[in-house]
Design a protein around this ligand. Structure first.
Ligand code: AMP
Length: 227
């Protein structure tokens, strides 16, 4: 059955890395709205021009624009076996729109990676990303990217003042989403303060357990038994 996952968690919780890892392990696409917007900024497209200043201040781009981006992305055929959303939804309005887009598909599995604020600030301000391939690099080193040898840089929105603003925006706009989803049988939370391998293992078992809760699963399993 298609696994439609929403990876939630504050900036710096490791969502991007974990979403990437989980998506690769299951052969489904990771869809990161932050990556899509950064590509648009780098390409200088109309969307990029609209989003750039907002992103550099650590604020959220408008719901209508981001919902349209996700609607188009989810319509592509590579999402038929599932997907992992990273950085979307970030507001209750986006979550309601996503529910609308899920009609006719297996229900969402929502997993929240929980990490405390102080840990998040120190992780984000130390984060470096590769200017060539976008890979994440932990720590304050200016060594080359391990994946492609490109130069490491700091994302403009990983400066401490912007990080604090992003955490404020997260608490105000996105944390209420945890409440929006919490009562669903397919919602799970994992401890993101653990080492990355332990978080990955917890996530995989939480997502699989939640996937078994989805109402479509019993019919799917019955189908598998008759094959
Ligand atoms: P991220 O890489 O997910 O931290 O996203 C980087 C920035 O892109 C955010 O700080 C926002 O300015 C913007 N962004 C990404 N996803 C969304 C979203 N779902 N809604 C609004 N703004 C977003």
């Amino acid at each position: 059955m298609a696994l439609n996952v929403v990876m939630m968690g504050p900036p710096g919780a490791g969502k991007g890395t974990q979403a990437d890892r989980f998506a690769r392990s299951r052969g489904i696409p990771k869809i990161s709205t932050g990556d899509i917007l950064r590509e648009a900024v780098a390409a200088g497209s109309e969307i990029g021009r609209r989003a750039r200043a907002i992103m550099e201040r650590g604020e959220l781009v408008g719901d209508a624009l981001i919902i349209e981006i996700v609607r188009e992305r989810l319509a592509r055929p590579d999402t038929a076996n599932g997907f992992v959303l990273d950085g979307f939804p970030r507001t209750v309005a986006q979550a309601r729109a996503l529910d609308g887009l899920m009609e006719g598909r297996p229900p969402l599995v929502i997993v929240d990676i929980a990490v405390g604020d102080d840990e998040l600030v120190s992780r984000l301000t130390a984060r470096r990303v590769c200017s060539a391939c976008g890979a994440n690099a932990e720590g304050r080193t200016d060594a080359a990217c391990r994946r492609c040898g490109g130069a490491l840089t700091q994302r403009p929105d990983d400066r401490e003042d912007v990080v604090r603003e992003r955490l404020r925006v997260y608490a105000r706009d996105t944390r209420p989403l945890v409440e929006f989803y919490r009562d669903r049988p397919t919602f799970r939370s994992v401890d993101g303060a653990l080492a990355p391998d332990a978080v990955a293992a917890d996530l995989a078992s939480a997502i699989d357990a939640a996937g078994r809760e989805s109402p479509a699963a019993p019919a799917d399993r019955a189908q598998e038994r008759t094959r």
